[in-house]
Structures are given as structure tokens and as C-alpha cells.
Design a protein around this ligand. Sequence first.
Ligand SMILES: [Zn+2]
Length: 72
Amino acid sequence: MPIYEFLCKICGKQFEVLVSIGGEKDVSCKNCGNGDIEKLVSSFGIGGGSSKLKSASNGCSTCSATSCDTCK
Ligand SMILES: [Zn+2]
């Protein structure tokens, strides 16, 4: 099951919920219990920042080679 991040529109609290397929509409704020929430972008990229691309491919960022000296 994917973990989604939600933002409560009422109290502004951000929280993560493990959501089963089709279960998004049943999610409510963990802080105030309100159902008026907004789903944020999946948390896969969180913490990656600018180093995300670099760590994804150890070598060249242009081609798929792991060690590339020609197209850097
Ligand atoms: Zn709330």
C-alpha cells in the first residue's frame, strides 16, 4: 500500500497515511479529525532535493551508462 501525505485544510497539519486503494476518501485529519484534507505529492522524493537525480544514476546524468566520460 502506498503512503500518501495529506494536508489538513482546517488546522494545517501534515500527516502521512497508509492508504489502501480507493480508501483515500475515508482519510481524515489525524490532528483534528476533519475530512477536509488535501493530498500532497507522493513522499517518494522527499529528502532527495537536488541530489535526487545524482543518486538515481551513479554515473552519467545524460545517458544511461553507469560510467560515462563522453557526454558529461
Ligand atoms: Zn486537522
